[in-house]
Design a protein around this ligand. Structure first.
Ligand code: GLU
Length: 470
């Protein structure tokens, strides 16, 4: 059997964190089994489904690297097929027209509520031979079983049983000829050959009703796996209070997609004590048995810790490409184009300290800044204090003796000067740092000098701050 999974989002405006996790699990399961991962956009709600919302889902999945097989399927485009199945059920006597007015239905609902029953509709048109009213557009309802029980063998929840007196004669087609969600999902999953439906456990009750439709059509039910929803750090259902809900906003906040994938995987799936699980490992290890039964808690600190790790391991050129637009945006006209190469070369010293790409961009900006630099307050204070400037000029002079411009030789030059001046190395390194970067915090100054080369180093060390403030 070829495994076929699917992600079936309703385009509501953005790709939700929970949706992204559902997509990831389906993707991993399909990739693990060498099967197919399909995408179906559940766009039958025409008012809420805009092209923009659909595009956001594509963008979110693309960013996360969750590629789907074949073209995405629009559920709305399959309306005729849904109607055909409803017609077949009618023809086979497994469904019927119901002519109830909204008032009648409200009355039934109120009565059921008063009597504490879950099934409201009293099935009055199920076996009726009354003459249909001419002014009501009928809905099509399924003849749900009246006795027995419906059982779902869920890969996460285990065997779950519902007594059939809790399952109503659900509407399959509305009076306006549009299919209901319940019918559309079943028909689409069947036609798309879906073998495994992994989704949030808010769909578990739907699964029973869907099973009844599968049975009526004589179709095989896919293997369901209903995953517990994601909770916030306080154990309550994840909401805006807990942080951003859109997967995309994590991209804007400087998270790498592989870190997000790893984090989403750990939100509900485990493999021993492993936390750092790169995607190849995830594909190798993923199974439905590893999905937990209790809700996972969203924890931004864990996501950030993973991002830190993935940034450290990421390719330098790729990181430079990702942060360059952010730096350009920050610096605008005052950007020194030569700095692009330095950014890549300086990446090893930068990427060890950044928890997000935003932090990385902020700490890397000095490579691309045009002279003269505006020093930050601390830097300005430092350079104006004691003999900082004097030591700096002496260091510039000593650089003439450095013939081979390596990090090691530069460090030795600074050490020699510290010795002859009888000061600590820091007394020399700090003014150098300030002159090189405009700040008191940066990667190793010797690394920075090695990266930007003799000419730029000399320029930076000899140019004072743009904001002298004396
Ligand atoms: N469209 C549904 C949703 O976005 C998912 C349906 C399904 O997975 O069966 O919640």
């Amino acid at each position: 059997m070829t495994v076929v999974t699917r992600f079936a989002p309703s385009p509501t405006g953005y790709l939700h964190i929970g949706g992204a996790r559902t997509a990831l699990f389906n993707w991993l399961f399909a990739r693990h089994h060498g099967g197919k991962f399909l995408l179906r956009i559940e766009d039958t709600d025409r008012e809420r489904s805009t092209d923009d919302a659909v595009q956001k889902i594509y963008d979110g999945l693309n960013w996360l690297g969750l590629d789907w097989d074949g073209e995405a399927v629009s559920q709305f485009s399959r309306v005729a097929r849904h109607a055909e199945v409803a017609k077949q059920l009618l023809d086979e006597g497994k469904a019927y027209y119901c002519y109830c007015t909204p008032e009648e239905l409200t009355e039934m609902r109120e009565k059921a509520r008063a009597e504490g029953r879950t099934v409201a509709y009293d099935r009055r048109w199920r076996d009726s031979d009354a003459t249909p009213p001419s002014d009501v557009k009928p809905v099509i309802r399924l003849k749900a079983p009246l006795e027995g029980e419906t059982v779902i063998c869920d890969a996460v929840q285990g065997e779950v049983t519902v007594s059939n007196d809790k399952i109503d004669d659900m509407v399959l087609m509305r009076g306006d000829g549009t299919p209901t969600y319940m019918l559309a999902v079943v028909v689409d999953d069947h036609d798309m050959g879906v073998t495994h439906a992994i989704r949030g456990d808010d769909h578990l009750t739907n699964a029973f009703r869907q099973k009844v439709i599968y049975d009526a059509m004589g179709w095989e039910t896919p293997q369901f796996a209903h995953i517990p929803l994601i909770h916030g750090s306080d154990g309550k259902k994840l909401s805006k209070r807990h942080g951003a809900l859109a997967a995309d906003s994590y991209r804007e906040d400087g998270f790498l997609p592989e870190a997000m994938r790893n984090y989403l995987l750990r939100l509900g799936w485990g493999h021993g004590d492993d936390e750092f699980i790169p995607t190849e490992k995830a594909i190798e290890w993923f199974n439905l048995e590893g999905i937990g039964r209790s809700p996972a808690r969203f924890d931004t600190a864990k996501l950030t810790a993973l991002n830190f790790e993935y940034i450290r391991q990421a390719d330098n050129q790729r990181l430079a490409d990702l942060v360059l637009p952010l730096i350009e945006n920050e610096l605008g006209e005052s950007m020194n184009k030569d700095g692009v190469d330095w950014l890549v070369a300086g990446m090893p010293g930068l990427k060890d300290r950044a928890k997000t790409l935003l932090e990385l961009a902020a700490s890397a900006g000095f490579y691309l800044r045009a002279l003269p630099f505006t020093y930050d307050d601390k830097a300005l204070k430092l350079i104006n204090k004691g003999d900082a400037k004097e030591l700096l000029s002496k260091f510039v002079a000593s650089l003439e003796t450095v013939s081979d411009w390596t990090q090691e030789n530069l460090e030795n030059a600074a050490k020699q000067l510290a010795e002859s001046e009888e000061v600590g190395l820091g007394k020399i390194a700090q003014p150098i740092r300030v002159a090189l970067t405009g700040s008191t915090v940066s990667p190793s100054v010797f690394e920075v000098m090695a990266v930007i080369g003799r000419e730029e180093t000399t320029k930076r060390l000899s140019t004072g701050p743009a904001n002298q403030g004396e």
